[in-house]
Design a protein around this ligand. Structure first.
Ligand code: SF4
Ligand code: SF4
Ligand code: FES
Length: 535
């Protein structure tokens, strides 16, 4: 049994709790149903233990002492008390201290109603404050970017936004300035908080110090209706909650899906909801007649489509679309195109994709498998631009889990700094460079970078533990070169898996369901499909 498989036993408030080595006390207690109050603790961030809200009594050689539950990991036989008078007095004191400078402008704060400071003050805090002095004041709110407002008076200095920016996004564009009573959050002079991931800081801020422009004063939390959904702004498919008020979408929030986005959303996905109710959106069908495009009703439009389709030869009809749709919708669309109309001229990738054979017939990796691979070969576009949360996952795996990356690209990308080896090929020579990486002699004029190091890296791992992230680096060039390069890597490295770098929302689902020429649903070749599948 390895250390990580061991089960540790501790007691929390007299109740026996099982935990794994390395788990933080606050998380172990929560699993056992004991909620320890917290502000700075976030399960996806490194612990810092700065707010002291989670002080509990832990028994040590000198008896019970107060310790921050978010900053100590569990130990076998540990005895913990979270609800003693001493622990309660400490939690009470921390809250009184935090509220000393808090403006308590809850009625006009977007966080009001879903605010951990409100909730924990009610549950764990003092009934009244002894603080009668003047609170500190700052100019507020300050637009630190087009999407995020900062209200310094509300900040409780929990260090969540700063840790997210520096450790997760890798862009320390928001930080603390000053010390003691003048410590405050700031951005750098003349530098807006221009991160692709800025909205996450507002989602994890435990108070209303960081709020987002599109949601500002739009709704109160108790008025919101919500459903869980999947972002379709790119192919990552981040899990999120869609919240609406008065029949209008007002906010997306990330859900902690271990397999996909681990609670984060990129700003493109998070703020894309404004397009749903945009006045510029085409909301009704148009008929192209003698007098040009004329708005019409759905029945008339569908009648016109049916009439045209009935009079057309199947081979003369092409059907496009499929990405951005749910799998069930794509399946219906494919059945309609291939089974009812009878055409195989379909396309879900809209000249933005790869040969469907590479995508459909490869042994596919999940995001989780890609981050746990022994070697990740990147032969795709800049992931921060194209598939932002996949970029975060891979960056985090490289930083924290030692994921080795071999980058093969035309230009530097946001992951170049995290790659063990990074090679550049000249346009049209991806396949040549892959040949070189796999051992062939190639013209040194076709690439730059340390080819020997790349070869050594590839031969140092079992090919079956390699994942290739493959896509098109840019749309100006032909897809043939990257397709051949990806196919060569997958053919040569026996057992290597493929993670598609295609961009469009659920384009991989559309390919799996046959919205590409030559396939029917289930990644089955058209020629080998049974008649029932085709029909
Ligand atoms: S702005 Fe919010 S997240 Fe950042 S330190 Fe202040 S309270 Fe914490
Ligand atoms: S990474 Fe893609 S799926 Fe995830 S939030 Fe951003 S746009 Fe949406
Ligand atoms: S939650 Fe433990 S110190 Fe902040």
């Amino acid at each position: 049994m390895t250390d990580s498989e061991k089960t540790l036993k501790l007691t929390v408030n007299g109740k026996e709790v099982e935990s794994a080595p390395g788990e933080m006390l606050i998380a172990a207690a929560e699993k056992a149903g004991v909620l320890i109050p917290r502000f700075c603790y976030h399960p996806r961030l490194e612990p810092v233990g700065v707010c002291r809200m989670c002080l509990v009594e832990v028994k040590g050689p000198r008896g019970f002492t107060l310790q921050p539950a978010c900053y100590i990991s569990v130990a076998d036989g540990m005895e913990v008390v979270t609800d003693s008078d001493k622990a309660k007095k400490a939690q009470d004191g921390v809250l009184e201290f935090l509220l000393a400078n808090h403006p308590l402008d809850c009625p006009v704060c977007d966080k009001g109603g879903e605010c951990p400071l409100q909730d924990q003050t009610l549950t764990f805090g003092p009934g009244e404050s002894r603080f009668v002095e003047e609170k500190r004041h700052f100019e507020k709110p300050i637009a630190i970017s087009k999407l995020v407002y900062l209200d310094r008076e509300r900040c409780i200095q929990c260090d969540r936004c700063t840790r997210f920016a520096a450790d997760i996004a890798g862009e320390a564009l928001i930080d603390f300035e000053g010390r003691g009573g003048s410590l405050h959050i700031t951005t750098f002079p003349d530098k807006p908080f221009a991160s692709y991931f800025s909205g996450n800081t507002a989602q994890i801020c435990p108070v209303g110090a960081l709020t987002t422009t599109p949601y500002r004063f739009k709704a109160r939390p108790w008025d919101l209706e919500q459903v869980e959904s999947t972002c379709v702004s790119c192919a990552v498919g981040c899990q999120m909650v869609v919240q609406s008020s008065e029949n209008e979408i007002v906010r997306y929030l990330g859900i902690d899906s271990e397999a996909v986005n681990q609670s984060w959303l990129c700003d493109k996905g998070r703020f894309g909801f404004e397009s749903v109710s945009s006045a510029e959106r085409i909301a009704s069908p148009y008929l192209n007649g003698a007098s040009g495009m004329v708005e019409t009703g759905w029945s008339q439009a569908l009648d016109a489509i049916a009439k045209t389709l009935k009079s057309a030869e199947a081979d003369s009809v092409a059907v496009i679309g499929g990405s951005h749709m749910a799998n069930e919708d794509v399946y219906t669309w494919v059945k309609f195109a291939k089974g009812i109309i009878g055409t195989d001229s379909v396309d879900a990738q809209l000249d933005d994709g790869l040969d469907p054979k590479v995508v459909a017939l490869s042994d596919r990796a999940t995001i989780q498998e890609a981050t746990q691979a022994k070697l990740l070969i990147l032969l795709t576009g800049d992931l921060r631009e194209e598939l932002p949360i996949l970029f975060l996952r891979i960056r985090s795996a490289a930083k924290k889990m030692g994921l080795k990356i071999l980058e093969i690209s035309q230009s530097e990308s946001s992951l170049t700094g995290d790659a063990a080896v990074s090679l550049r090929y000249f346009p049209g020579h991806a396949e040549d460079l892959v040949d070189g990486v796999l051992g062939a002699e190639i013209d040194p004029g076709l690439y730059s970078g340390d080819l020997q190091a790349a070869r050594a890296l590839v031969s140092s791992v079992d090919p079956g533990s390699v994942v290739v992230v493959g896509g098109r680096e840019n749309l100006a060039g032909s897809s043939l070169d990257p397709e051949r390069a990806i196919a060569k890597l997958l053919d040569t490295l026996a057992g290597a898996k493929f993670l598609s770098g295609l961009r469009r929302g659920n384009v991989n689902g559309a390919i799996d369901l046959g919205m590409v020429p030559g396939f029917v649903p289930g990644r089955v070749r058209l020629e080998s499909a049974s008649d029932s599948l085709k029909a």
